[in-house]
Write a protein that binds this ligand. Structure first.
Ligand SMILES: C[S@@+](CC[C@H](N)C(=O)[O-])C[C@H]1O[C@@H](n2cnc3c(N)ncnc32)[C@H](O)[C@@H]1O
Length: 294
C-alpha cells in the first residue's frame, strides 16, 4: 500500500502527556503509518506497535526504514495486547490508542471505506482473518437487524428507511459496491438530508464499518487490557472519533477510577484547536482522554 499523508491527530498533546523518554517503551495499539510512533521515537523511546491491517503492517518499514531500530511491528488486533506484550517481554511505560481508520483506508485500500469511491463493499481492517464484510452484512441481515445497526452504531435517523430500501433492492440483486449503496441511501432519505454539510451516506458507512470490525467490543476489551498491562505510574491515552466509542472509554475510566486502579490526568477531554482542525479536517471530531495507573 502506497504511503499517503495521514496526519497524526493531536500530536503535540500526545507527546506532552505520554512523556516518552530514553529507556521507556510505548505500546502504540493503532500503529498505522507511524505518525505518532515517529514522534515518540524522536523523544528517545522505543515503540511496540500493533496494527491489525496486514497491508499497512507489511508496508511499515518500506515507508519508515528509519524506524527499524526503534519500532517493533506486530500484525494483530490490540485485543490481544496482553499476549503481545508478554511475547515481547514488554511492560509498557505508556500506551496510545488512536481509534478508527486512517487516510490510507479512505484513499488507497480499495476496500470500500469511502463513499466517494466506487469499490467493493468490504470494509475489513483485516481481510485475512475476518470473514464478515459490509456486503454480507447488507445482503444477509434481517431488515430489523440492519435498522438497529444503522441506528445504534451510526446514529442514523433514517435507519428504518435505508434498511427497507436495502431489503427491497437486494431481492433483485445483492448489493456489491459502494456506489450502489450510496445510490440506494440517496433514494431512501428526504431531499433536505441530501444537501447537508455532512454527506448523507456518512452514518451508514460508519455503522457498517463498526459492525464488520466489531469495533466497540474491541475498544472495550482492548482498553481494559491496556489498563492491566500498563506499568504503575504509566499513562494511557485514547483518541476516539465517535460518540459511542468515547462513551465506552469514559465509562471504563470512571469505573476504574472509582475502584482506585487509575486516576485522571486531565479531567477535561482534550479537543483539537481551530488551527489544528483547519490543517487537518479529519481531526475535527477527535477526543483525547488521559489516565495514569496507580
Ligand atoms: C487512526 S489510525 C492510527 C494513526 C496513527 N496513530 C498515526 O498517527 O499514523 C488507526 C489504525 O488502527 C488500526 N486498527 C483498527 N482496529 C485495530 C485493532 N483492533 N487492532 C490494531 N489496530 C487496529 C487501523 O487499521 C488503523 O491503521
Amino acid at each position: 500500500m502506497r504511503d499517503t499523508t495521514h496526519i497524526p491527530v493531536l500530536l503535540d498533546e500526545v507527546i506532552r502527556y505520554l512523556v516518552p523518554a530514553p529507556g521507556t517503551t510505548v505500546l502504540d495499539c493503532t500503529l498505522n503509518g507511524g505518525g505518532h510512533a515517529a514522534a515518540v521515537v524522536a523523544q528517545g523511546a522505543k515503540v511496540l506497535g500493533i496494527e491489525w491491517d496486514p497491508v499497512i503492517a507489511r508496508a511499515f518499514f518500506v515507508n519508515r526504514p528509519e524506524l527499524a531500530e526503534s519500532v517493533t511491528v506486530v500484525n494483530d488486533s490490540y485485543v490481544h495486547l496482553e499476549r503481545i506484550c508478554a511475547d515481547h517481554g514488554v511492560v509498557p511505560d505508556g500506551i496510545l490508542f488512536d481509534l478508527g481508520l486512517s487516510s490510507l483506508h479512505y484513499g488507497v485500500s480499495g476496500r470500500g471505506f469511502s463513499f466517494m469511491r466506487d469499490e467493493p463493499l468490504d470494509m475489513r481492517f483485516n481481510p485475512e482473518t475476518n470473514p464478515m464484510t459490509a456486503s454480507r452484512l447488507l445482503n444477509e441481515s434481517q431488515p430489523e437487524e440492519l435498522e438497529r445497526i444503522l441506528r445504534e452504531y451510526g446514529e442514523e435517523q433514517f435507519a428504518g428507511q435505508i434498511a427497507a430500501a436495502v431489503a427491497l433492492s437486494r431481492r433483485a440483486a445483492p448489493l456489491r459496491t459502494t456506489s450502489e449503496l450510496v445510490a440506494l441511501i440517496e433514494s431512501a432519505v428526504p431531499p433536505w438530508y441530501r444537501h447537508r454539510k455532512i454527506h448523507y451516506a456518512t452514518k451508514t458507512f460508519q455503522a457498517l464499518r463498526v459492525v464488520v470490525n466489531d469495533e466497540l467490543v474491541n475498544v472495550q476489551e482492548g482498553v481494559s487490557a491496556a489498563i492491566r498491562v500498563l506499568r504503575p505510574g504509566g499513562r494511557l491515552l485514547v483518541i476516539s472519533f465517535q460518540g459511542v466509542e468515547d462513551k465506552i472509554v469514559r465509562e471504563l475510566f470512571k469505573t476504574q477510577s472509582k475502584a482506585g486502579v487509575i486516576e485522571w490526568v486531565t479531567r477535561k477531554t482534550i479537543r483539537p484547536t481551530w488551527a489544528q482542525i483547519k490543517e487537518n479536517p479529519r481531526s475535527r471530531s477527535a477526543k483525547l482522554k488521559i489516565i495514569q495507573k496507580l
